[in-house]
Design a binder for this molecule. Structure first.
Ligand code: PBG
Ligand code: ZN
Length: 324
């Protein structure tokens, strides 16, 4: 007798979906540039732009009307210096942007990137001495940046510099200054990845010397990611993140299996640009690959997906087009 179970029966009905991608899962990253008016296309990321503060408000309200609940803001300042002091200027690009965005759309969850690399002349994520990124002195600055972002109205701060002890330092600063309700989404397991190339273009955060291997994770390591996540949870992270996403689905799955905290995954610029470029060349169907990619990240165990595809995916999801 042929086995009684035939897997095809249900498959043809397309009834069972273990994973459902929803617009609620998506966080849209936005680059806000103090040096421009209107919007400026990012060459290495087709379909993505840098926005002026004014124009960013419009972009956020468009995203909101598509059902996107949250944005992640990166700032490109007019002034950079050795120590990234513009990052905690009350009138800095991000602080001003958060204030106007929150005023225009109260119900949007505003997440601010919390790092120094867009604000330092050397482009590294921390303070430098003799060509080395200093961990502990950087923590003090991160605390100040966090407070200034919370003061401006950020709901969540997202430290992305992979400094040891950053979550604890930021939690302490926020609590001391009366921002106990501001959440922390930590880039807990952030790998030193070549997939960030287009972003550095977009955020003008490329570094002048060396690389980020002194603080970002080695992509050969998986167990180390679990230690990073464990530490950040102990330090008070509300959400932990794995980054990049598609090349790191194993890490997402491992973190999901081991910890019960909310988990975000960052579908990074290189992952976006590869799909866009191949789609422009008609090597593949960009929309289908996009939905498959985002669904895979969710299936691996992410609760939230930070993705440049957010608006495009939201449009497709809202038309109820079957995702196959
Ligand atoms: C900087 C930062 C980077 C990204 C987010 N924050 C780049 C880097 O670490 O060099 C990458 C995002 C992307 O590639 O989409 N702290
Ligand atoms: Zn950085």
């Amino acid at each position: 007798m042929f086995p009684a179970v035939r897997m095809r029966r249900l498959r043809t009905l397309k009834l069972i979906k273990e994973t459902r991608l929803s617009t609620d899962d998506l966080i849209l990253p936005l680059f806000i540039d103090e040096n421009i008016a209107g919007k400026m296309p990012i060459e290495s990321m087709p379909g993505q732009y840098r926005f002026s503060i004014e124009r960013a408000v419009k972009e956020v309200s468009e995203a909101r009307s598509l059902g996107i609940k949250s944005v992640l803001l990166f700032g490109i300042p007019t002034k950079k210096d050795e120590t990234g002091s513009e990052a905690f200027n009350k009138e800095g690009v991000i602080q001003r942007a958060v204030r106007v965005i929150k005023k225009a759309a109260e119900d949007i969850v505003v997440i601010t990137d919390l790092c120094l690399c867009e604000y330092t002349t050397h482009g590294h994520c921390g303070l430098i001495e003799n060509g080395i990124v200093l961990n502990d002195p950087t923590l003090e600055v991160l605390g100040k940046v966090a407070v200034s972002q919370a003061e401006a109205g950020a709901d969540i701060v997202a430290p992305s510099g992979m400094m040891d002890g950053m979550v604890k330092a930021i939690r302490n600063s926020l609590d001391t200054e009366g921002f106990a309700d501001t959440a922390i989404m930590s880039y807990a397991a952030k790998y030193n990845s070549a997939l960030y190339g287009p972003f550095r273009d977009a955020a003008d955060s490329g570094f002048m010397f060396g690389d980020r291997s002194g603080y970002q994770m080695d992509f050969h390591n998986a167990r180390e990611a679990l230690r990073e996540v464990e530490l950040d949870i102990a330090e008070g992270a509300d959400i932990v993140m794995v980054k990049p996403a598609i090349f790191y689905l194993d890490i997402i799955a491992k973190v999901r299996a081991k910890f019960d905290v909310p988990l975000a995954a960052y579908n990074v610029s290189g992952e976006y640009s590869m799909i866009k470029a191949a789609s422009e060349k008609e090597f593949l169907n960009g929309e289908e690959v996009m939905i498959e990619c985002l669904t895979a990240i969710k299936r691996a165990g992410a609760d939230l997906i930070i993705t440049y595809f957010a608006k495009e995916a939201a449009e497709i999801l809202s038309t109820g087009a079957p995702s196959k």
